[in-house]
Design a protein around this ligand. Sequence first.
Ligand SMILES: Cc1ncc(COP(=O)(O)O)c(C=O)c1O
Length: 325
Amino acid sequence: MFTGGGSETDALAIRGAALAQREHGEHLITQPTEHPAVLETFRALQTEGFRVSYLPVDRYGQVSPRDLQEALTDHTTVVSIMLGNAETGTIQPIAELAALTRAHRAVFHTDAAQAVGKIPVDVENLGVDLLTVVGHKMYAPKGVGALYIRAGTPLHPIITGGGQEHGLRAGTENVALIAALGAAAHLSAEELPHSVPRLRELRDRLYRQLEHQLPGRVHLNGHPTTRLPGTLNITIDGVRGRQLLASTPAIAAATGSACHEGVDQPSPVLTAMGLDDHRAATALRLSLGRWSTTTDIDRATQLIAAHTLESEFSERPAEPNPSRQ
Ligand SMILES: Cc1ncc(COP(=O)(O)O)c(C=O)c1O
């Protein structure tokens, strides 16, 4: 079914499945590196009387199936674990997690916003009950999303009214955006066999070049291999992501921090992985996409390396001036 974007889709999946099964139990499970659209939905459900368990993640940001197995109870009704992480690209072992959940007769949801259109995603292979798709993550316009619902999955609507979308989302459908999402999905599926190796190669070229230019100073945040092909999250010793981006406007990237009242707050995703506040707050997230080229990668390497070496030079204590001695 179609929705107005990722936040609405996540809310419908998690809240809808939790409410539909409330008489069977009030225990829900998720993990801390989810998007706020998921985390805030769970937080709201907590205030409404549900109990939520947050599984730990390892240093790559992955959840362990063993931890899920231990957390599942007879009262667990919904488990939500994302497919690919927005900040680090780390991919979760969804097929294993979904199988464990369904063996417990609970509903398994995955937020695949960052993965659909970037890697092959097959709901049958993954064995999920609910899966979130976000249009603008695969070059569709903003403001449209979709929820895959396995037949028979219990779900309550969160918008009630005229009965559209099989009674799960009232309101006249936005046909233009839905058609655009369909076209974007079609294009992504066509290019996927080429885009996955191409982006992986470009991303690894960027990382290798940075390591070569700044030996021993570039640290990868996220899983080294089980990762979305276009995502590179790094911390460079001595460099603050925010300052680097301010001084190199040719690079459009994100940092590992949010600025609240003038103070850098480290990314909760990176701190959940055990990174210290400094490494998390100074991180840099470089994302590659359909139009990234080798020339872009080489230019980005050059700019980042130049900024790093310059900032190191400007932070060095001034040499004593021999003429004054
Ligand atoms: C993983 C994930 N889930 C949900 C969302 C929310 O999507 P939207 O902004 O369409 O509500 C995003 C958007 O960035 C996302 O990356």
